[in-house]
Design a protein around this ligand. Structure first.
Ligand code: PMP
Length: 452
């Protein structure tokens, strides 16, 4: 049983001593809250392995390493970092073999952008509107959502049309969106660029899968202009998309630089950049180091995560359970006008709510309402997208069909929560409907909300 401070006490302290810009987080601090109630986590994608977030093999690796050596990355020779770099490199195609460790995704992308600029000799970077890449100088520039940008100098970045298959002007025609990158190179640069950076599936942007055909065409344009292609796999990497280990693989491209973070260490502060030996050489012309990036404890965690993904066949699980869940969500879409779009792959799924299917009017209030209701029912999902009207479902990769599926009373819902305390009205509706689940129930609730 939990014996620490109450949720309210923690909240008070957070408000007093921590970042006032954190706009939302679940009030309940743990998967078991301060009252011992259990929550099903369908959003904590950072915890790649281990429902409950503390996979014993990761915990053991961390504890063992902590007992032996925890210090900077640069001072003492230690096998943990080299072993993990080797294992990580084995997961990449082509000549992507040299790893740099960092403490976060922002740091990884900053390093990637710098290496591309050094290698190409060009400062111009192209990123996609609606993308998120971090919150330091370069990465804030590459990020293309106004709400994450502060009024500080962000030079040399051009934001290309988002190949958004739901709202974009060219639908799913990736080649038409790719033409915009060609135009940016032609009209907005000297004809030479430093880099192109993109997520294969935009996470913060609302689980947007880039239109097919887009990446190969853009990579071609960028390389012809002397630039490097960077894949930001901070959210879509580590088997999350199920069909592939890395998000970019679904597009048939091989990037010049790949960046990772979040799921890499199951919650430990760890990020990484991988590139080719030739590109990596640019950092040997000066001194470059990162004191804590890839320290022995974090790399021990990262290595353990990689082993667990393989041992427990979590990529296959992400594909099987994620596809099942997506099919269920798609069937809900046919029934409910409020669901405008269901998208994503594997355990990276998005549901966009709209008040009008034709106009695609964002159902922002309803999304927030449903998210809060789901939390009260014991299910944690995320919210995102430019308009804040997209549910983000990114559970730990060990999520089972039972978690995603069968409700014990015969109502085949989307999620199961053991200790859920449903109001009798909602429970009755769910059992009576026999075929929907939480979102289904919540679609009911929204109707109630509207009627009120
Ligand atoms: N890239 C992507 C795709 C991300 O989603 C994020 C974080 N949301 C980052 C980079 C930045 O990572 P961090 O917060 O670890 O700096």
């Amino acid at each position: 049983p939990y014996t620490g401070p109450s949720a309210d006490e923690i909240l008070t302290k957070r408000r007093q001593f921590l970042n006032p810009a954190i706009f939302h987080f679940f009030k309940k601090p743990y998967l078991f809250d301060d009252k011992g109630r259990r929550y099903l986590d369908a959003f904590g994608g950072i915890a790649t392995v281990g429902c409950g977030h503390s996979h014993p093999e990761v915990v053991e690796a961390v504890v063992n390493q902590m007992k032996r050596l925890q210090h900077s990355t640069i001072l003492y020779l230690n096998p943990a970092i080299a072993d993990f770099a080797e294992a990580l490199a084995s997961k990449f195609p082509g000549d992507l073999k040299v790893v740099f460790f960092t403490n976060s995704g922002t740091e990884a992308n900053e390093l990637a952008l710098m290496m591309a600029r050094l290698y190409s000799g060009c400062h111009d970077v192209i990123s996609i509107r609606n993308g998120y890449h971090g919150n330091a100088a370069g990465t804030m520039g590459a990020t293309a959502q106004g709400s994450y940008k502060f009024n500080v100098v962000q030079t040399g970045v051009h934001h290309a049309l988002n190949p958004d298959q739901y709202r974009g002007i060219f639908g799913s025609d990736g080649l038409k969106y790719a033409k915009d990158v060609e135009d940016i190179v032609t009209y907005g640069t000297s004809g030479r660029v430093g880099a192109f950076i993109a997520e294969a599936v935009q996470g913060v942007g609302g689980i947007m899968e880039l239109a097919p055909g887009y990446l190969p065409a853009v990579y071609n344009t960028i390389r012809n202009a002397g630039g490097l292609c960077i894949a930001d796999e901070v959210q879509s990497g580590f088997a999350r998309t199920g069909s592939h280990f890395w998000g970019f693989e679904a597009h048939g491209v091989v990037p010049d630089i790949v960046t990772m973070a979040k799921g890499i260490g199951n919650g430990m502060p760890l990020g990484a950049v991988i590139t080719t030996p030739e590109i990596a050489k640019v950092l040997t012309y000066r001194s470059y180091f990162n004191t804590f990036g890839g320290n022995p404890v974090c790399t021990a965690a990262g290595h353990a995560v990689l082993k667990v993904i393989e041992k427990e066949q979590l990529q296959q699980n992400a594909l099987t359970v994620g596809s099942y869940l997506k099919d269920r969500l798609l069937s809900l879409k046919d029934k409910y006008e409020i669901i405008g779009d269901v998208r994503g792959r594997g355990m990276m799924l998005g549901i966009e709510l709209v008040t009008d299917q034709q106009l695609k009017t964002p159902a922002k209030d309803e999304t927030l309402y449903v998210m809060e209701q789901m939390k009260d029912m014991g299910v944690l999902i995320g919210k995102g997208g430019f308009f804040g009207n997209v549910f983000r479902i990114t559970p730990p990769l060990c999520f089972t069909k039972e978690d995603a599926g069968l409700f014990p009373g015969g109502c085949d819902g989307l999620f199961v929560v053991e200790s859920v305390e449903l109001g009798s009205e909602v429970k009755g509706a769910c059992l009576g409907m026999n075929g929907g689940g939480v979102v289904y129930m919540l679609a009911m609730k929204i109707k109630h909300l509207r009627r009120w």
